[in-house]
Design a protein around this ligand. Structure first.
Ligand code: FMN
Length: 181
């Protein structure tokens, strides 16, 4: 499948079949993500695959961040991949100039995107979830206090197969200029 086709097929999936995703497939998603680029190749990420009920329920609870939840449908999601930000070891000078975590969120975004595209290629649906109660999720999954959970990716088999939705995006002329702003 060429990249544009894959990009068109990838969309946020919020309704899943009640089918378990094999752990090997979930691990394969992280295997692909680990080859993503990162500032100074620092790879400032740690992934937690959540595919067992007890941990799953705790993640669902942690989506509620004081009444704000981006994933009210979480209990029907077969599996989650939780992405935590690790301390980045940048090249000498770069860390001092920019701060060690300057590139980390971009790095994690790219790894997350790799997960979503690979999932699409494997016939899986995903949705990135950004609203996470840090205290709840860290306590529930034993994540050290000094880490930040940046994203949770929901993973499962899409419940519908009526083709990709029309993508609503800004026009090219709104976001692109040449040689100046
Ligand atoms: C950083 C980030 C956080 C997101 N958080 C949520 C969320 O909490 N809940 C949700 O339903 N979708 C979430 N999304 C999905 C976006 O709403 C979605 O990507 C966007 O509307 C474009 O739609 P598409 O992914 O179907 O192309 C998030 C996406 C990103 C990149």
């Amino acid at each position: 499948m060429d990249f544009k086709n894959l990009q068109n097929l990838r969309e946020s999936c919020r309704v899943y079949k009640d089918t378990k995703v094999p752990r090997e497939l979930l691990t394969e998603l992280v295997e692909v993500a680990r080859f993503s680029p990162s500032g100074c190749n620092s790879q400032p990420w740690h992934f937690i695959i959540v595919d067992e009920k007890e941990a799953h329920d705790k993640v669902v609870e942690a989506f509620d961040d004081n009444g704000l939840t981006g994933c009210p449908w979480g209990d029907k999601v077969p599996a989650f991949i939780v992405i935590c930000e690790e301390k980045a070891k940048l090249m000498p000078g770069v860390a001092e100039h920019y701060g060690s975590q300057h590139f980390a969120q971009m790095d994690i975004g790219m790894a997350a995107m790799a997960i979503c595209y690979e999932a699409t290629a494997l016939g899986l649906g995903t949705c990135m979830i950004g609203t996470i109660n840090q205290e709840k999720i860290k306590k529930s999954l034993g994540i050290p206090e000094d880490k930040i959970v940046r994203l949770v990716i929901t993973v499962g088999y899409p419940a519908t197969n009526d083709g990709p939705r029309k993508k609503i995006r800004k026009n090219l002329d709104e976001i692109l200029s040449y040689n100046k702003w």
